[in-house]
Design a protein around this ligand. Structure first.
Ligand SMILES: CC(C)(COP(=O)(O)OP(=O)(O)OC[C@H]1O[C@@H](n2cnc3c(N)ncnc32)[C@H](O)[C@@H]1OP(=O)(O)O)[C@@H](O)C(=O)NCCC(=O)NCCS
Length: 164
């Protein structure tokens, strides 16, 4: 009886992304990136045959986030690519980035993917930490590839994870 009043650990579930999710996905992307993609862009990506995604939804708690996180992925033949992965700042460091990436990696593998690629800004310590922990390693770099909100150019690292 008393347990009902005690705060429970916030739990999240990982589900396949549906086209209905696109407006919440675009809103969360816009909160975390200075160059947001519109919900139309997410919708047209997600309706392409080789593109899929996963969303993280909060299952309990007093104040529910509209969307806790998502990953969008492309898998063609034996290669996959992470298009973007985002976690809400209020759900940061709770293992959601990890769980979303694992869901994407498993699905790429299930579709016949043997390797998974991504691009990341070399100043993005959170993403680099996540990708390295998942076994991604640098295979290339593109100098001055991104421009931040202050106009500063930064390098994109190309990373790869073998899925075999
Ligand atoms: C990158 C991002 C998805 C990580 O999501 P997250 O749910 O907070 O990450 P997790 O809790 O799953 O962390 C997994 C590991 O990633 C690394 N990591 C996560 N956040 C980190 C941070 N702020 N600094 C350093 N390493 C970090 C750690 O190795 C962590 O493992 P640990 O907690 O056991 O140390 C999230 O910070 C984010 O959405 N950033 C903005 C969008 C973005 O940059 N996306 C990636 C580029 S497309």
């Amino acid at each position: 009886m008393l347990e009902a009043y005690l705060p429970r650990k916030t739990e999240f579930e990982i589900l396949p992304m549906q086209t209905d999710d696109c407006s919440r996905v675009a809103a969360l992307h816009g909160e975390r990136f200075s160059r947001p993609w519109g919900d139309g862009e997410f919708h047209s990506l997600l309706t392409q045959p080789y593109v899929f995604g996963f969303v993280a939804r909060q299952m309990n708690g007093l104040f529910k986030l509209p969307l806790a996180g998502f990953v969008l992925t492309r898998a063609v033949a034996d290669e996959g690519e992470i298009l973007t992965v985002v976690v809400h700042t209020k759900a940061a460091r709770a293992g959601l980035g990890w769980r979303l990436m694992l869901a994407a990696m498993r699905e790429v593998h299930a579709r016949g993917g043997e390797s998974l690629f991504l691009e990341v800004d070399d100043t993005n310590q959170a993403a680099l930490g996540l990708y390295r922990k998942l076994g991604f390693a640098k295979v290339g770099e593109r100098p001055a590839y991104y421009t931040d909100k202050n106009g500063v150019r930064t390098t994109a690292l190309v990373m790869k994870r073998d899925l075999r």
